[in-house]
Design a protein around this ligand. Sequence first.
Ligand SMILES: Nc1ncnc2c1ncn2[C@@H]1O[C@H](COP(=O)(O)OP(=O)(O)OP(=O)(O)O)[C@@H](O)[C@H]1O
Ligand SMILES: [Mg+2]
Length: 256
Amino acid sequence: MSQTTAQETTASRERVAEASRSNVREGKGASTPIVVAENIHKTFRSGEIEVHALRGLDLTIGTGEMVAIMGPSGCGKTTLLNTLSGLDSFDDGEVTIEGTSLADMNDRRRTEYRARRMGFVFQSFNLLPVISAVENVEMPLLVSGVRPAEARRRSLASLDSVGLADRASHRPMQLSGGQIQRVTIARALVNNPALVWADEPTGNLDVGSSTDVLGLMQRLNREQGRTFVIVTHDPQVAALCERIVQMEDGEIVAHE
Ligand SMILES: Nc1ncnc2c1ncn2[C@@H]1O[C@H](COP(=O)(O)OP(=O)(O)OP(=O)(O)O)[C@@H](O)[C@H]1O
Ligand SMILES: [Mg+2]
């Protein structure tokens, strides 16, 4: 091993060790980090206007954690999820997921990794209106090459896990808001992801439906150890999370 590589390896080990220590400081115990973000900068430029949406942000998420990200509108929460999950690029800093830097993955590998290990509950990933619930849920499996019969079986099982087995053939328009949100969650979970990113998962739900959706996420977190990173304005959501990360103007200002 060359000296530089050895130094880099030592530096990288030290970073992981520091991330574990910072988890301990943040009250999480010594769980292995699943996501380590360091000094992330992201600026949007459109014409003359520049928005420095992420300003040197650091964040470590422990494996099996359920974390809420809160903060005022426009402070960079959605941008943070997009960049940490590799959906969008960033200008400076490093994101390491399960020990691999996003920068070391090419586009294809990032896409493949996302399909295999991550689930998304985003409003921008809405359901397709012209196909049924079960067809919407099986879409990520078909995209990642699972055979149709197997994809259908797993899709039905995922709908069953959110209590919607009897609505599998309904199109989104034939479902209530809470049911649509649960189909979205079934789709996010169908590939058995280690890490689920959710952006305002209860944003459009009544209290009853949002309690159902939250109960489901909490069960998957506690019983199956899946990691959830949830952007929310909803105090009911935050109350269920083990840790609340407060953002302001592109930075993390507090961990509660
Ligand atoms: N594609 C874009 N081009 C230019 N500016 C953008 C773009 N996306 C976001 N921004 C700006 O970046 C900042 C952060 O936006 P972001 O969507 O991350 O906020 P947020 O915290 O998710 O807000 P909200 O709670 O309203 O969803 C905002 O000031 C926004 O105007
Ligand atoms: Mg947002």
